[in-house]
Structures are given as C-alpha cells and as structure tokens.
Write a protein that binds this ligand. Structure first.
Ligand code: AMP
Length: 172
C-alpha cells in the first residue's frame, strides 16, 4: 500500500509568492493513498461517530464527504459566500490581509447535532476556527476539529482557543 504522506506535493509560490502550497491532489488520485488517508481520519471516530461531518470548501468537501461515507454519517458543506441556495448563516473572519466569510445553510443540522469539522490543511487556524464558531451558532455540538495536515511553522495550534479538540493526522 502506498504511503499517502509521501504523495503530498509542495508547490512553491502558489497562490502567492512566498507560499508553499501543500497539494493533496496526488493523494486523491491514488486509490490506496486516498483510502489510507480517509482511514487515518476515520480511525478515532469509529467507536462513536459524529452525526455529521462539516467540510470546509473546497478540499474539505472532498475529504469530508469520503470521511462521512466511511463513518456512516451525514455531510454538511461550509461554503464561501453566495454559493448556498437556501437561507444561510454567515461568519466573517480575519485573514492576514483583509477578511473572508463562510456560510452554512441555516437548517443544515438539527439542534444539538454532534458535528466533526474537517479541512485539509491547518495553517494559521482562522478558517477552522470560523467554521466551528459558525456551526456552534447554528446549534451544533462540535465534537472535534480535524485536519489531514497541520503546518507547524504557522502555529495555528498555538492560537487555537476553541473548546473543541483540534486533531491533525500529519504535522509537517
Ligand atoms: P488558515 O485559515 O490560515 O488555517 O488556512 C487554512 C485554509 O487555507 C485551508 O482551507 C487550507 O486549505 C488553505 N491553506 C492555507 N495555507 C495552505 C497551504 N500552505 N497549503 C495548502 N492549503 C493551505
């Protein structure tokens, strides 16, 4: 079986000069690697799966939908502004320069649903933090915030002030 971490590719100066982008598409393209990465994400949740996995646009959709399927639970998309068709709740959050916004459908989850929030990469942590705050405002009980890859240099874990446990499968 392929070792999936070896297939994560560094793309320099994307999307801006100075950024080293962790490209997971080679992991997704390899059947064994994709299965192993999803199995690693699923493993701690098998005994008590969440009611839903909430995946953050866009790579969180790919991993999150596969993880939800593996755990036998539902999937909820956390999207960029203006993409969801029905009534939404929104959360603004700060970026290094400027701000961004995430949205969910207001009726995406029943009150008190146990939700695992998922993204591919933790960098500064702002995106994952905004998603957990948004889902909590919608009434969800956040049982975890998981990423496939944590970028240690960007110190997102040190800034993590959310009560939900933060877990990364791989620290780079
Ligand atoms: P942050 O909010 O700074 O933790 O950024 C995390 C979000 O941006 C995630 O949705 C990632 O997919 C994306 N991201 C940030 N930095 C990188 C990187 N170096 N490589 C790949 N994705 C990244």
């Amino acid at each position: 079986m392929s070792r999936w971490p070896d297939l994560i590719r560094d793309v320099h100066d994307f999307p801006k000069p100075g950024i080293v982008f962790k490209d997971i598409t080679p992991v997704l393209a390899d059947a064994d690697a994709f299965a192993a990465a999803i199995a690693a994400l699923a493993e701690p949740w098998r005994a008590a799966p969440p009611d839903a996995v909430a995946g953050i646009e866009s790579r969180g959709f790919i991993l999150g939908a596969a993880l939800a399927h593996a755990l036998g639970c539902g999937f909820v998309p956390v999207r960029k502004p203006g993409k969801l068709p029905a009534r939404t709740l929104a959360q603004d959050y700060a970026l290094e320069y400027g701000h961004d916004r995430l949205e969910i459908h207001a009726d995406a989850l029943p009150p008190g649903a146990r939700v695992l929030v998922l993204d591919d990469v933790l960098a500064t942590g702002g995106t994952l933090r905004a998603a957990t705050a948004l889902l909590r405002r919608q009434g969800a009980q956040i049982c975890g915030a998981d990423v496939l890859v944590e970028l240690a240099l960007l110190e997102g874990r040190g800034r993590w002030d959310d009560p939900a446990p933060l877990r990364s499968v791989l620290v780079l």
